[in-house]
Design a protein around this ligand. Structure first.
Ligand code: SAH
Length: 506
């Protein structure tokens, strides 16, 4: 090192614990370095230093960067964050003195330096001023999977890495909606992480790895781990589900295991599926539903799919309850929200039969077509509105007509589901006629087709010009009230909204 140029900064990943999992480059860099720096808690023991110990020589200068706080209690005026900020600034300044003097500094990091590591705080403060190299390391994620000896992710599976410090609801949602997962930073967070695994229905898949590849390593089923025995250096692993499904439970063998979850996929693709519903679909043994909706659910090995056409709802409901009674976890799949003109009522009706009294039934909410269509058009449902199905397959047309008149007379905005199909073609024309008895011809009507799907079209037309021929099975109509307004925006689109304020009665 010459006195005229600065030294180099290295962030050195050391792997998960076993010193033989250090990379050749990590060993080279430590051999070349003048200064070896490492972070530690106040007790002074550094895991990183112990991994690299055999490569540290007496002529190395050691810089121990000791955290001033490890819990969130401190008397620093800036609180916990303030105390850390000050510590990082001071630590970076100490390393800068060496770098300015031309000395090479290797900052040791357990695992990989850019993966939840303390090195990052030095990197952000120094890398723009000094020549810097980051040496990647084997992360604890890879270390843990290797020690478990199970596939982590395969094919199209998604791996989610979560800090256990997240709030429980957030953990639950993420665990429910991913394939494989690794939860880091256990220790004090363990009881919360365990609850999140349970609530997301994934506790039975969860594996536990403590001190992967280090001395004192422990692996096992997470459900059997005692909370008070869990250190910070441990992870929860949800491995690949491909080929890992439990054998089919024998009929009647697992009383109380079975249930029916009624799930709505939302109006279209995955952006509209809630994490809770996604989790329920992934966790089911059997999927039951109309083929169009089942096709929205990704295929999972070991899961059985029972597709049918759009009729015979009661038979489908009883079939699902029968499977659940025999110990299977069954998801009944609807589009949109399962409680809006969909399967939830059929399931509850069948569940009222005495033979299904003991079968647990849960209904999970979904995004209904009216909400999706309204959002696409602006905010036409911003005030009071009524939801009516124009289908006279399950109720007489006289009832539909009477309700249309009553809702129109009450100046409610209307969300009209099932407005027409190939075989039901006259209902929209008839509804328009009835509505025009109460509403001005200029009343805005949102014609929303395939919202969220590949053929989405959302138009605002005048009530007088509503064309029955433009309406099909994939269409929802939102008929404005006397207060609903429209405006043409700068980009050429028309938006509609219904103000929340209503004029005083005359
Ligand atoms: N449970 C569903 C409704 C089932 S009734 C929900 O909550 O949305 C079927 C009717 O819903 C269709 O005829 C149509 O009126 C409406 N619909 C469902 N998905 C739609 C979409 N993506 N775009 C427009 N309308 C839709």
């Amino acid at each position: 090192m010459s006195g005229t140029s600065t030294g180099r900064l290295y962030g050195v990943g050391l792997g998960p614990g076993d010193p033989s999992l250090m990379t050749v480059r990590a060993v080279e860099v430590i051999a070349e370095a003048d200064v070896i720096a490492y972070h530690s808690a106040r007790h002074g023991r550094s895991i990183a230093r112990s991994i690299a110990a055999r490569h540290i020589r007496p002529d190395h200068i050691e810089e121990a960067l000791v955290y001033p706080v490890t819990t969130e209690t401190t008397d620093h005026p800036g609180g916990y964050r303030g105390a850390l900020e000050e510590f990082y600034e001071e630590a970076a300044a100490r390393l800068a003195v060496h770098l300015d003097a031309g000395r090479t500094v290797a900052v040791l990091a357990e695992g990989d330096p850019l993966f939840y590591g303390s090195y990052m705080h030095m990197h952000k403060r120094l890398a723009d001023r000094y020549p810097t190299e980051v040496v990647p390391g084997v992360t604890s994620v890879s270390g843990a999977a290797a020690r478990l000896g199970v596939p982590l992710v395969e094919a199209e599976e998604v791996l989610t890495i979560l800090p256990g410090t997240l709030p429980e609801e957030e953990l639950t949602a993420r665990l429910a909606s991913t394939d494989a997962a690794v939860v880091m930073k256990l220790g004090r967070t363990f009881p919360k992480v365990r609850r999140a695994l349970e609530r997301s229905g994934r506790l039975n898949e969860a594996r536990y790895v403590e001190r992967a590849t280090m001395e004192g390593e422990r692996t096992g089923a997470l459900a059997e781990v005692a909370a008070d025995s869990v250190p910070y250096f441990s992870v929860a692993v949800l491995p690949s589900r491909i080929g890992a499904t439990a054998p089919e439970p024998p009929v009647d063998a697992v009383p109380g295991r079975g249930e029916v979850v009624v799930v709505g996929t939302g109006p279209a693709g995955p952006l509209w599926l809630t994490p809770e519903s996604k989790g329920a679909l992934a966790g089911a043994d059997d999927l039951v539903g109309y083929t169009t909706y089942l096709d929205r659910v990704p295929v999972r090995a070991g899961q059985r799919r029972h597709g049918s056409d759009n009729r015979v709802e009661s038979e489908r409901a009883e079939f699902a309850l029968e499977l659940a009674r025999r110990g299977r976890r069954v998801a009944v799949v609807s589009g949109g929200d399962p409680g809006v003109f969909a399967m939830a009522t059929a399931v509850l009706e069948a569940a009222a039969l005495p033979e299904y009294a003991e079968v647990p039934v849960r209904v999970l909410p979904g995004v209904t077509a009216a909400n999706a269509a309204a959002a696409a058009a602006g905010a036409p449902l911003g005030h009071d509105y009524a939801t009516i199905s124009l289908s006279d397959r399950l109720k007489p047309w006289e009832v539909v007509a009477e309700r249309l008149r009553a809702a129109a007379g009450a100046d409610l905005v209307l969300a009209l589901y099932n407005p027409g199909s190939r075989s039901r073609t006259w209902q929209v024309g008839k509804a328009r006629e009835l509505l025009l008895e109460h509403r001005a011809p200029d009343t805005p009507v949102v014609v929303a087709r395939d919202v969220g799907g590949p053929e989405q079209s959302v138009r605002v037309v005048r009530l007088a010009e509503l064309e029955p021929g433009e309406v099909d099975m994939r269409t929802l109509l939102l008929v404005g009230s006397s207060q609903t307004r429209t405006v043409r925006r700068g980009d050429g689109t028309t938006v509609a909204w219904t103000p929340r304020r209503y004029p005083e009665a005359p």
